[in-house]
Ligand binder design. Sequence first.
Ligand code: GCW
Length: 650
Amino acid sequence: MNGSLGAAELLPDVHPAWLPPTAFRALGARRVRVVGDGPIADTVRAEALAATTAHGGALVTEDPELDLVLTGPDDDPEAFAITRDAAGTTTVTASGPGLLYGFHHLVRAGESAFQETGEHHPAYPVRMLDHWDNVDVHPVMGQVERGYSGGSLLYADGAVRPDLTRVAAYARLLGSIGVNRVALNNVNVHRTEARLLTDLLPEVVRLAEVFRPHGIRAHLSVTFASPILLGGLTTADPLDPEVRSWWARTTAAVYAAIPDFGGYVVKADSEGQPGPFSYGRDHADGANALAEALEPFGGTVFWRAFVYDHHQDWRDRTTDRARAAHDHFTPLDGEFADNVVLQVKNGPIDFQPREPVSPVIAAMPTTRLAVEFQVTQEYTGQQRHVCYLGPQWSEVLRFPFGDREVHTLAAGVTAVSNVGDDPFWTGHPLAQANLYAFGRLAWDPTADPDELLREWIALTFPDPAAHAPLHELMSGSWRAYEDYTAPLGVGFMVRPGDHYGPDVDGYEYTRWGTYHFADRDGVGVDRTRATGTGFTGQYPQPWREVYEDPGTCPDELLLFFHHVPYGHVLHSGKTVVQHVYDTHFAGVEAVERMVTTWESLRGKVSDDVHERVTERLVEQLRCAVEWRDQVNTYFLRKSGVPDAHGRTIH
Ligand code: GCW
């Protein structure tokens, strides 16, 4: 089938997410005309037809109340304009996917949007989701690396699924929030997946066809060793002419099959993946070789900055994983080709619930950067816990480096997807909000994440009686998660391997570079210039000073930057150890309130959703209690300082 799945074709056994028929209420009673041809216009037409059929409107060819018009080509096919004439007709014009975005803007904003006039543009051309899906089931990581929503949506039985109906429904959801690029396979590229670039390319063609009608371009994660692995060459040296010509030929074949192919995602010299270092070359040499092959076709290389020493010795206090991306990449600023985007994780270490913003983002003014977020909740409860991450991403995007907020320094945003073949898409039905908020923030990084949460709730849950309680349950859920897990930005007190649940010392003596250094006197990582690893020096003013001094460092990041005694007094007036106790009790209490609130929603949300979330909340509460007790007991035993309120610590 092709990808134009309209709302009328809702899949019976799949949750409609934020596009149930009721979401189209505002639009549906109108007489709607869609003018234009091609895949985007067809998608909009299918949507409009479904919406009007369900709500008593009609698809018309003349006298429309809503006119959706695909114009001739112009330079911003993703933008749309809304006008209103004296007769009361609202017209949306766009020259490409903007028509779809305009349509969904009206759906979301409801009646008021029909009165407005104006132009809308996405903040960036790059609004991308990366799938860490493997074609084959990996012996350790399973089919989706860090996937918490069942198997892969894209692949089954060692190939792209024969029936792509659900992929089309997914593409429809992404198109509705403005996501315009997907990478189709894991950045850790294993043997079978490497071949998506060559002999398995016809499979990729099928996927690209399904995404195209929703304005979404397909990308592949490729292994840097492809010329050896797939091309039979003896080297993958990026400066070798044969290697370059192999990439050129291979890439030309990809474009012959998929003319709107987006480009490559590359994890090189990172966690065991091959890269240019083997040949004495640097990351710019590596990225530029692939960029050269993609350039004639308008393709982009997404080169990841997640590079660090993953064989560190815990005894070595001079190596600091937080420093690694900046140390590796900032000397290369200005050396990357124009069609390279450096993909930088939002924090300097690894998607922890709380990290400072990566200093790399401020340090490469002549490189195109994309901020990478993790929608899949690897370190934030693995879709068993409610954890609405919109506020975290918003804080990052709005973080000021001098007079520029992060979103103005970036050329785009990317994120690791959280969907799978689960009937609710995301395992935890409320984790759909993260996917939604990511897309909406990628379109407008200045949007208020709390408003986006309200928007998602209103679209997803038809009964208004559910809206306020749901908002209350979810809006503070990231803070609650932060409260009952690793304190004050120190991070990584998770179980090694699967990264779920507490294990305070689990990573303390490993090779991964993620330590907290707790002893009987204190805890935290000294990353100061004065006495520590010097990481604070990677920040521009004022942050290099703000973070350097425990007196000015924000409480929530104190242990990321400083090793302090347990009696150190925070800005909040509490000692560090009392803060640990208090937040851990408070975090569990917050989850208990979530349970009660959710219970009150029985009958106000559909039974299947109620049942699934109830099941997950039982686990969240169990796990939060485990976190509270292990962390509190650990610090009581280390410090010997009793809880000021005499609560039970085991
Ligand atoms: O957070 C880590 C994950 C790895 C992942 C890596 C990365 C795909 O634990 O599973 O590998 O990040 O971002 O490359």
